[in-house]
Ligand binder design. Sequence first.
Ligand code: ATP
Ligand code: AH0
Length: 363
Amino acid sequence: MVKPQGGGAAQRVLGTMSGTSLDGVDAAVLLTDGIDILDFGESAYRPYSEAEREILREALGAWHDDPRVEAAAEVVEFAHAELCAQFRNIDLVGFHGQTLAHDPGGRGTHQAGAGEVLAQALGWPVVSDFRSADVRLGGQGAPLAPFYHHALARYIKAEAPIAFLNLGGVANVTWVDPAIPKPEYACLAFDCGPGNAPMDDAMRQRRNEARDTDGALAATGQPDAARLDAFARHGFFHRMPPKSLDRAAPAPDVSALNDADALATLAAACALGVARAFEHFPSPPAQLLVCGGGRHNPTLMAMIAAGCDCEVLPVEAQGLDGDMIEAQAFAYLAARVARGLPTSAPKTTGVGTPVGGGSLSKP
Ligand SMILES: Nc1ncnc2c1ncn2[C@@H]1O[C@H](COP(=O)(O)OP(=O)(O)OP(=O)(O)O)[C@@H](O)[C@H]1O
Ligand SMILES: CC(=O)N[C@H]1[C@@H]2OC[C@@H](O2)[C@@H](O)[C@@H]1O[C@H](C)C(=O)O
């Protein structure tokens, strides 16, 4: 055990994330006491097979009493057990599961995959169901990575407020002041609009391809100004943060456009959501650090940079691994849950008071 700054014992925590894009499961080890990042460990990725992905896609939007949810949970548990079994010397697992439905103002939020099943399969304690308590207490249940972004800002020794942007299926931002020691008072976070999901969906429907790799098709098209203007007036952008989206985030209707213009318009819509996010930040961030799969798309990154008033860089510019930030975040949050520390706050999910979500399953 390493002696951490935070005073508690550091644990080797394995975090996992199965994101809204349904591409696969990320897993990453973090050495942490739930306050400070002591070190980063190994990481691995397991894609879903096409058959598994179809089962997950079928269950999107379904709730607990639906047999499709049971089938999806089995896929999620199996894939996580297979991936996590590669790791050794793990003290604790943070298991996000797969969000199938997210309706914080109504039916709640549901991540497929049971913590107790994974704990049994691996023989390690597992923290799961990170979002429900926050939703029950009036929060959006998302985003939850912000407390980890605060730890990262301190880890990279940021000296002024910075912002993180996660470009997954949905896009979400965290503005963070590293000078404030407790994350519950240092962050403002919210989902800011569509991420890659509408682009992936368009590619699948039009070309039977999983994505617009490197934004190559979007780069040859023209964003449609009229559709973007209409999209900019969507009610979501007028809501004050915190606010969250599920995979069915708002996006412009591009059905009448040719493929290249459709992809260019959807990329521009993502960039528009990011630019609008700056209206809510308490002060201009020194940098926007980008993680998630969308940072591999240079067309999208250029559109985002053009709309922002600060340096826009992939997190790799700070020595971080942008494909593993979310998995690491759920390792960090699991360590916090195990220590009884909060995982969300009024300025990250809109919950009334800082709250510790997550439930612990022992093997
Ligand atoms: N080279 C690339 N070019 C374009 N898009 C890419 C590239 N690589 C990855 N992506 C996109 O990144 C997405 C996957 O990113 P990521 O794994 O961060 O998302 P996620 O974790 O599933 O979603 P979320 O963060 O919303 O839960 C996919 O939508 C994929 O199309
Ligand atoms: C309900 C849900 O699963 N939301 C995801 C999703 O993917 C990105 C964005 O929408 C964010 O709100 C969240 O995930 C990240 C990891 C979060 O909670 O910070």
